[in-house]
Design a protein around this ligand. Structure first.
Ligand code: ADP
Ligand code: MG
Length: 240
């Protein structure tokens, strides 16, 4: 589903991603972990071209994202993205947040988009909030709306950048539970997270980034029990 080959990204003289190569299969759930500043967000943002790679190639669903003539908008439609700080449209209701892109970008009718949106709100446990404005929701509810909004575009891949880091502790579980349900549907997911319990339980693979390099790539059982590198050992000892 995703193939990254020798990806480099620099901001000026600062090389933030160094020679990352990785392939991710359809339906895999991949947790990306590592210290602050290690390049996790930049890696996700390169996948949907929110950042332009300095060199290297990225292919998603057979489409070369990094080709000069790549249809960036079509590729982005296929990648749902969920951010730490939700990024909902504040002046739109929950339902309008979910129907906006499907009607304006995909050309769905209002009725089609609303039917799909309502089904997604049921899935994330928010069917009673369709006509509410985001400011009236808790952080956990906002993030579940953000996930539903991304899913409304029928993406093949979902990218999550620290989706629970801005939440009060009691709201983390409701969001992680929605993500676990989604993982069980066979969605391909890449999740930057500091929730080690979630990574261990829900991920098929852990990618450990440090200093812009992909240092480890292993199943969670192996990574957490026997991190191969000193850098991963040091990181995990600080997390526990
Ligand atoms: P992480 O998500 O792992 O905390 P980031 O990918 O956000 O790390 O950042 C990695 C490095 O890239 C940091 O040193 C950060 O300062 C730098 N960086 C990120 N985005 C930009 C940008 N738009 N311009 C310049 N430097 C950036
Ligand atoms: Mg980050």
């Amino acid at each position: 589903m995703i193939k990254v080959d020798k990806l480099h990204k620099s901001f000026g003289k600062n090389e933030v991603l160094h020679n990352i190569s990785v392939s991710i299969n359809k339906g895999e759930v991949v947790a990306v972990i590592g210290p602050s500043g290690s390049g996790k967000s930049t890696f996700l943002r390169c996948l949907n071209l929110l950042e332009v790679p300095t060199s290297g190639e990225i292919e998603i669903g057979g489409e070369k994202v990094t080709a000069p003539k790549a249809k960036i908008n079509v590729i982005r439609q296929n990648l749902g993205m969920v951010f730490q700080h939700f990024h909902l449209f504040p002046h739109k209701t929950v339902l309008q947040n979910l129907t906006y892109a499907p009607t304006t970008v995909k050309g769905l009718s209002k009725a089609e988009a609303e039917e799909k949106a309502k089904a997604l709100l049921v899935k994330v446990g928010l069917s009673d909030k369709a006509n509410e404005y985001p400011s009236r929701l808790s952080g956990g509810q906002k993030q579940r709306v953000a996930i539903a909004r991304a899913l409304a575009m029928n993406p093949d891949v979902m990218l999550f950048d620290e989706p629970t880091s801005a939440l009060d502790p009691e709201m983390v579980k409701e969001v992680l539970d929605v993500m676990k349900d989604l993982a069980h549907t066979g969605m391909t997911m890449i999740i930057v997270t500091h929730e080690m319990g979630f990574a261990r339980e829900a991920a098929d693979r852990v990618l450990f980034l440090d200093g812009g390099a992909l240092v480890e790539d292993a199943p969670p059982a192996e990574f957490f029990a026997h991190p191969k590198t000193q850098r991963a050992q040091d990181f995990l000892s600080k997390m526990l």
